[in-house]
Ligand binder design. Structure first.
Ligand code: 5GP
Ligand code: MN
Length: 338
């Protein structure tokens, strides 16, 4: 854990400041929940915060309090540049390397603001002036909760903040079931409920707002499931044609990869998704136990993440990517079968 002088940020936060808050590209529940939770906290303290997401995020997060105030860099670049050039402090949340912001990285590199990183990924890079990094944490939202607590401001957690932080902890822990969920995570969640997070509504808003297209896309994904029982691995692929056939929208494939892990005996699950307009295949990796998908994604698919959840990409065709994957897999026989 790196916790460099994070409390000294109190001095930086004295007096109203122009602040920009940045989640990673392809923002998920944790990245957006942490950004909006911090946004409400800083706004309530009298600052002028602005959340700028590198690109758009899924429909199932667009009910979060403050979502209407989020600026999308890709579609509103000029306005985003204005905020970034005025920013005195920039919080980067839920990522460990500036390249995870995509094309927004260049604008951030030019900024002279004070940078603060709050993140739970392994191997943080050292661009920030204040780095709060802890890869044992369930989520960045749990870290924002602790950050507020470190500032002795827990009493300032409003129902809006509680709702945002609850959502990110819930989505990053697979609804409190992954091994990253500690007793402290549950204590945090309990406190967030006390502070106004309405748990059944949050679960409903995130998980029970599927479209028929999405469920039918899941049907196609499951038809495509390939299982290698010997190497305890299962993978799913979705071609651009299959996505188009089901009117794919951002976020529609969220969680599909986990179905592979629900098979008895399977400890490594992967989904390959063809992204024709980005000229690549996006890959998600999940594992159970100590098979390290972060290492796997870094070594073979230009990616990274955590030990049990990582992502990456491939510039090969969908078929060639799967052929490459199947040719690499036997190298991991020992780790997958022990
Ligand atoms: P997902 O598979 O849900 O997109 O991501 C799982 C985890 O891996 C998340 O923590 C995410 O931040 C990380 N991740 C996903 N894609 C990439 C990538 O291309 N590069 C890196 N370094 N991390 C990724
Ligand atoms: Mn996260």
């Amino acid at each position: 854990m790196i916790d460099t002088r994070i409390l000294e940020i109190t001095a930086e936060l004295a007096g109203a400041k122009n602040i920009v808050i940045v989640p990673h590209k392809g923002p998920d529940g944790d990245a957006i929940g942490a950004s909006l939770g911090l946004y409400h906290f800083l706004k309530d303290k009298g600052h002028a915060p602005q959340v700028i997401a590198p690109n758009d995020y899924p429909h199932f997060l667009k009910w979060l309090p403050g979502t209407e105030d989020v600026l999308i860099y890709e579609s509103n670049t000029d306005k985003a540049h204005e905020f970034i050039s005025k920013a005195e402090i920039i919080f980067t949340l839920d990522f460990n390397h500036l390249s995870r912001c995509g094309s927004m990285q260049d604008a951030l590199l030019e900024s002279e603001a004070v940078f603060v990183m709050i993140d739970h990924h392994q191997e943080p890079s050292d661009y920030a002036d204040y780095t709060y990094s802890d890869s044992t944490m369930s989520s960045t939202c749990e870290m924002v909760y602790r950050f507020i607590d470190k500032l002795r401001a827990s009493k300032k957690i409003t129902p809006e903040i509680a709702t945002c932080l609850y959502t990110g902890i819930m989505t990053d822990t697979g609804s409190f079931r992954f091994s990253s969920t500690s007793s402290d995570t549950h204590r945090t969640i309990a406190d967030l409920i006390d502070k106004g997070a309405v748990n059944d509504q949050i679960h409903n808003n995130v998980f029970d707002t599927n479209s028929q297209d999405k469920l039918q896309l899941l049907g196609t994904a499951l038809q495509n499931l390939c299982v290698n029982n010997e190497l305890r691995t299962a993978y799913i692929s979705l071609s651009q044609e299959e996505l188009d056939r089901h009117n794919f929208k951002k976020g529609d494939t969220e969680g599909f990869v986990n179905y592979g892990l629900s098979l008895e005996g399977i400890i490594f699950a992967v989904i390959f998704i063809e992204k024709e307009n980005e000229d690549m295949v996006k890959i998600s990796f999940r594992s159970k136990g100590d098979f390290d998908v972060n290492k796997f994604a870094r070594a073979h698919f230009e990616g990274g993440g955590h030990i049990n959840a990582a992502g990456g990409k491939s510039d090969l065709s969908l078929n060639d990517t799967i052929v490459k994957f199947n040719s690499i897999l036997p190298e991991y026989r020992e780790e997958l079968t022990k």
